[in-house]
Design a protein around this ligand. Structure first.
Ligand code: ZN
Length: 437
């Protein structure tokens, strides 16, 4: 469980501030300050020598610890939080063997609540301040998960899963019921707490969707202003072959979504590995966003995301942990895997960090509010001490930022996160933390 939250009223943090920025490549202030106003927004960022404390200003000196933007996890499954580390199968067999049975348990709303507390606490403990979340088909459990997120303080884009074909009977719904329930959840939760909670229409993927379901979701999403469309796309070869069989009228997997109206701004397509040039051109033309989930792709041996090609194409994308296909929630792990999985390209630590923060925020259309530490944005940030890992020497903090960042990306993990703040409110503190489940 998280500690009782403390709201920050005009509070300033002194420490080493590093952040990507909207214009230019990054801001690096080894001796910096960041001020948060009473509304949880960043009021100023700068060099410590330029900081003038107000009369009632609370000042927190972080020593040499780093103050970084919170992570954005673009793709993760709440009900799978207890299923991490179960490998040995490709996607479709893995779903049957481990995932569908775990999702059936969400029929029990009290169980769903317990797991939700664990899940949302874990996100914050790992320094993830924003997450795009799959739940299950169960409306009441998704509703409960929103209640828990509202209470714990996470920023989430979440939705109930829609499935009406090619899945176990107990996880199969009628497409009408599935869409009606999604609309009811959208009405109740979308934009709650000034937009901290948002709704995503969440068809699992083309394989478990009838044409009626896809069309209906496309219409519901289009009619629900500001909502997201979150699904999987072209993750594994076996899945792509099956989609070709199930939807012979479509030119490609991308085309299945496009012809059913599941395409455009405010989409999140997880994985997006097995795509051709035509698919990429369509994704770009329609301003779709992708969630690259390298740890998951490693784990299920699904394939390799065309990082450089997609970056050059200008398609917006960020990173996702895809727990439980990704074995760890930590975005440090995801960043390093994004580099490791590329057979010949080196991705720089700064680029990886960008993708896990501002890049993800841009992909979600939220970069006006989050993703970097700049005046006017919400104060979503983490306090990190890399030397909490024995593998990182204590004098690392004296080195150039590039070296610190490289150590963090390749050796960092949850142990390095000291505290997590969302809108200036402390939502995780290592010293007060106890495990919820
Ligand atoms: Zn997934």
């Amino acid at each position: 469980m998280v500690a009782e939250s403390k709201t920050t009223a005009s509070k300033t943090f002194l420490g080493h501030i590093y952040t990507p920025v909207e214009k230019g490549s990054n801001l690096d202030l080894p001796e910096g300050f960041l001020s948060v106003d009473e509304n949880g927004k960043i009021s100023a960022v700068g060099k410590r020598k330029d900081f003038l404390p107000g009369a009632d200003e609370q000042v927190v000196d972080l020593g040499k610890s780093l103050l970084l933007p919170g992570f954005v996890d673009m793709h993760i499954h709440l009900p799978q939080v207890a299923q991490t580390g179960r490998s040995g199968e490709h996607l479709l067999a893995w779903l049957e063997k481990y995932i569908f049975p775990a999702e059936m348990k969400f029929e029990d709303v009290d169980f769903a609540e317990k797991l939700s507390y664990w899940f949302f606490d874990e996100l914050l403990r790992n320094g993830t301040t924003t997450a795009c979340v799959f739940t299950t088909i169960h409306k009441t459990s998704c509703d409960r998960a929103f209640s828990v997120a509202e209470k714990v303080g996470n920023r989430v884009i979440m939705g109930k899963v829609l499935m009406d074909e090619n899945c176990p009977d107990s996880l199969k719904e009628s497409h009408q019921q599935s869409i009606e329930e999604s609309l009811a959840l959208f009405e109740k939760w979308h934009d709650r707490d000034n937009g901290r909670l948002k709704y995503a229409f969440t068809p699992r993927f083309a394989v478990t969707s009838s044409r009626e379901l896809l069309k209906g979701v496309g219409e519901a999403w289009a009619a629900s202003a500001g909502s997201y469309l979150h699904t999987h796309l072209a993750e594994s070869r076996g899945e792509v072959d099956l989609v070709r069989e199930l939807f012979p009228e479509a030119r490609s997997y991308v085309d299945v979504y496009k012809m059913n109206g599941l395409f455009g701004t405010n989409t999140v397509f997880a994985h997006s590995i097995h795509l051709d040039d035509n698919d990429l051109a369509e994704l770009k033309r329609h301003d779709c966003s992708l969630a690259h989930c390298p740890s998951s792709n490693f784990f299920l041996k699904s394939g390799i995301f065309a990082f450089e090609r997609i970056k050059e194409s200008g398609i917006r994308f960020g990173l996702g942990s895809d727990v439980a296909a990704g074995p760890e929630m930590s975005m440090f792990q995801v960043m390093k895997d994004a580099n490791y999985i590329q057979p010949s390209h080196w991705l720089t630590p700064a680029d990886l960090f960008y993708r896990a923060t501002l890049g993800g925020a841009r992909a979600l259309g939220l970069s006006q509010q989050i993703g970097s530490l700049e005046a006017g944005k919400d104060a979503d940030f983490i306090i990190v001490d890399p030397t909490n890992r024995n593998a990182i020497a204590n004098d690392m903090l004296e080195k150039e930022t590039e070296d610190i960042l490289s150590s963090l990306v390749f050796l960092g993990d949850d142990r390095c996160v000291e505290a997590t703040y969302i809108r200036g409110r402390e939502v995780f503190s290592k010293k007060n933390f106890s495990k919820a489940y």
